[in-house]
Design a protein around this ligand. Structure first.
Ligand code: PSU
Ligand code: MN
Length: 303
């Protein structure tokens, strides 16, 4: 295990598992604080953890409290992040500031990858990664999740990315950054609520051992992050047409209200969730739990 930073506090369980080279799966906290409404956020955070345990791996939800990166948050800490109003959204650029000023922080995919890599964790389950926003040709709004993937050596299991983003540009950018994107039993990149985006991927895998072997070679070659895109389970998939309408409306509103920077993703997510009512929340929960399941299986195959 790497020498832990003075800014990291591991739970006893995570520390023991890392020492024993047992499979550990990192989980982010921005989805808890800014991605899903209460109490669905806490319910799904717990369900992801119990799914990972049932697969024989150890969950490590990551967040920032009292000037420390906490790896393996307790239910109390998760509940605090899921209910407090003043939670910072922590990507790479925000980490030192949130620690130094002792604010409460929820880590994005980029923030979680950075913290997990400091602790030697290699597997991570999330819902959707950030990406290149529609209109990025002029706004330059490209999530730091994409550059983090080219820096931190984690395997990130996601259901693709939401169509609030430009999925073509997102895949182009990942290619430029040298990030492998593997379709899990799928030929194309999943689109979060929708199983297939229609954007073909260069690589597909059908067996957990294939994923474990790819991850091993990736890291033995000193390469960094990789993405495994798992389509949402069929019974929870949504009809793309109303989603596209809700997304276009959200984008119009964001422009009209001058929403920019880090506020953009939470604004778009909240608007789409409101318009599509409860259905999108149920689908979101289902895909998060599915990703936790596969991340735990990939981690077990690797270890
Ligand atoms: N996409 C989702 N739900 C989320 C996020 C993205 O469907 O909760 C969160 C993740 O934490 C992701 C972050 O890392 O938003 C990306 O934000 P930004 O675009 O500001 O980098
Ligand atoms: Mn952005």
């Amino acid at each position: 295990m790497q020498q832990p930073s003075p800014y990291i506090t591991l739970s006893n369980e995570v520390q023991t598992a890392l020492h024993a080279l047992q499979p550990v799966v990192a989980l982010e906290s921005t989805v808890i604080a800014h991605g899903l409404p209460y109490p669905a956020n806490i319910e799904v955070a717990q369900a992801m953890e119990s799914t990972i345990r049932a697969e024989g791996a150890i969950p490590a939800t990551i967040g920032i409290h009292d000037g420390q990166i906490k790896i393996g948050l307790t239910l109390d800490e998760i509940t605090r992040l899921g209910t407090a109003q003043n939670v910072q959204k922590v990507s790479r650029r925000d980490l030192a500031i949130t620690l130094a000023t002792k604010q409460l922080g929820a880590t994005t995919v980029a923030g979680t990858m950075l913290c997990a890599s400091m602790a030697g964790i290699r597997f991570f389950a999330t819902g959707g990664i950030g990406g290149v926003h529609r209109g990025a040709e002029s706004t330059m709004d490209i999530s730091a999740d994409l550059t983090e993937l080219s820096r931190s050596p984690l395997l990130v299991v996601c259901a693709g990315a939401k169509s609030i983003l430009d999925l073509d540009l997102t895949l182009e950018y990942l290619e430029t950054q040298g990030v492998p994107v593997i379709g899990w039993q799928s030929d194309d990149f999943p689109a979060f609520y929708v199983r297939h985006s229609g954007r073909p991927l260069a690589h597909r895998a059908d067996y957990v051992d294939t994923i474990a072997a790819i991850a091993r070679v990736q890291w033995e070659c000193n390469l960094h992050g990789l993405i495994v895109g798992c389509p949402i389970p069929q019974q929870y998939a949504m009809d793309p047409a109303p989603l596209e309408a809700a997304t276009e409306e959200a984008l119009r509103l964001a422009r009209a209200q001058g929403i920019r920077g880090a506020a953009t993703t939470p604004f778009l997510l909240a608007h789409v969730a409101k318009v599509t009512a409860g259905e999108s929340v149920e689908s979101n929960k289902a895909l998060l739990i599915n990703n936790a399941l596969w991340a735990a299986r990939f981690a077990r195959a690797y270890y």
